[in-house]
Design a protein around this ligand. Structure first.
Ligand code: SF4
Ligand code: FES
Length: 368
């Protein structure tokens, strides 16, 4: 008898898609869940109980902007009751000392703050509104609360050349850890790819900056480098494998193996309103669709790296080829690799400065 999948260890709880910012690489789906369809406090409490029973030890309370949920303290308290270590993932807008105090008292164990750029103008341009000052204040509030403090910076063509400034700013703000997340191109980011895709030189310089910082690190923040995949010819081991480590639950209860998988049309994702999380994890067709290696075709099936990168990213395969079961085109062995190569080559000479962002907000465009 099949022993079934190992237990997941992480839950990404997207408690709302509402957000005060409009970043053109937002990881939320193009079709956002409206507020009236969001899970209630009691439904989130049940999700956390079921997640803990299933083996989840860590949760990210994310969005959108989770602070827009007035019941976030109650949701955090439910996570703590369930025994799950919980991180707040926030833009920082609306994070006062009093709110963080209440959240930490209820159940928030650590905070991850997003930052768009080291410089105010660049940060506000990407966020689509004034927000840098609010982030500065939020960093002070987090530091003063004494919670473990992570900074998350999505990297792209318009901020990679300021990586050193970004790291130095994170150190000044007192971050324990900086996640340097090279843009992953699906959803909003794919729509904005021509404006965001960096050149190989930019990435090479950024890697050297990270290596130099790590070498001379002297009590400053730990750096996490999320690998880019357009210039390497090697796919990323996306999500640590499909249905292998984590569950995403969207604002309306849609459960997915990864937050970008809303876009895969035949997946028919289950919903926590209809099914227990244990069934969703072990039995649902969506979580089993690309689990393990049995689904692989083409070059992946015989490839020695198949247990290392799991065939790359299903969402990227779907976004670029229309078939989520194909080898990730980021892989140089993929028959679709030219799709990535052409975009990467265009970035070397491309007119990115002339390209308007499509912000995560209908109808608004702006020039980088
Ligand atoms: Fe990974 Fe498949 Fe490429 Fe092999 S062929 S490196 S398993 S994506
Ligand atoms: Fe969904 Fe990679 S982003 S599998």
């Amino acid at each position: 008898m099949n022993a079934g999948p190992e237990a997941p260890w992480a839950l990404l709880a997207e408690v709302t898609h509402a957000c005060p910012l409009h970043c053109p690489y937002c990881s939320n789906p193009l079709e956002l869940v409206r507020r009236g369809a969001e899970l209630s406090t009691a439904e989130w409490a049940r999700v956390f109980e079921e997640a803990a029973e299933l083996g989840v030890v860590q949760a990210h309370l994310s969005g959108g902007e989770p602070l827009l949920r007035r019941d976030l303290e109650e949701i955090a308290a439910a996570a703590r009751r369930a025994g799950v270590y919980t991180q707040l993932v926030t833009s920082g807008l609306g994070l006062t000392a009093a709110r963080l105090d209440a959240l930490a008292g209820a159940g928030i164990d650590s905070v991850q703050l997003s930052l768009q750029d080291a410089r105010r103008a660049g940060s506000d341009l990407i966020a689509g509104r004034d927000s840098y000052t609010a982030k500065e204040r939020a960093a002070e509030v987090i530091r003063a609360a004494g919670l473990p403090f992570g900074l998350n910076v999505v990297l792209h063509r318009h901020n990679l050349d300021r990586l050193r400034e970004i790291i130095e700013l994170g150190a000044r703000w007192g971050a324990d850890r900086i996640e340097l997340a090279n843009t992953q191109f699906y959803g909003w980011a794919l729509r904005n790819r021509a404006a965001l895709l960096p050149t190989r030189d930019q990435l090479d310089r950024a890697k050297a900056t990270v290596a130099a910082w790590r070498e001379r690190r002297d009590g400053g923040p730990e750096l996490v480098w999320v690998m880019p995949d357009y210039h390497e010819g090697v796919p990323k081991p996306c999500m640590g494998g499909w249905g292998a480590r984590s569950i995403t639950v969207g604002p309306d209860g849609t459960a997915l193996p990864c937050p970008a998988a809303y876009a895969i049309p035949d997946l028919e994702p289950p919903n926590v309103r209809d099914r227990p999380l244990a069934w969703i994890w072990t039995e649902s067709a969506a979580f089993n669709a690309y689990r393990g290696t049995g689904w692989m075709t083409g070059p992946c099936r015989e490839c020695p790296r198949r247990e290392t990168d799991f065939g790359g990213c299903r969402c990227q395969a779907y976004a670029l080829t229309g078939d989520a079961a194909r080898t990730d085109p980021a892989c140089s062995l993929s028959p679709d690799h030219h799709l990535i190569r052409q975009a990467a080559e265009a970035a070397e000479t491309g007119p990115a400065r002339e390209t308007a962002f499509v912000y995560r907000r209908p109808g608004r465009r702006s020039r980088p």
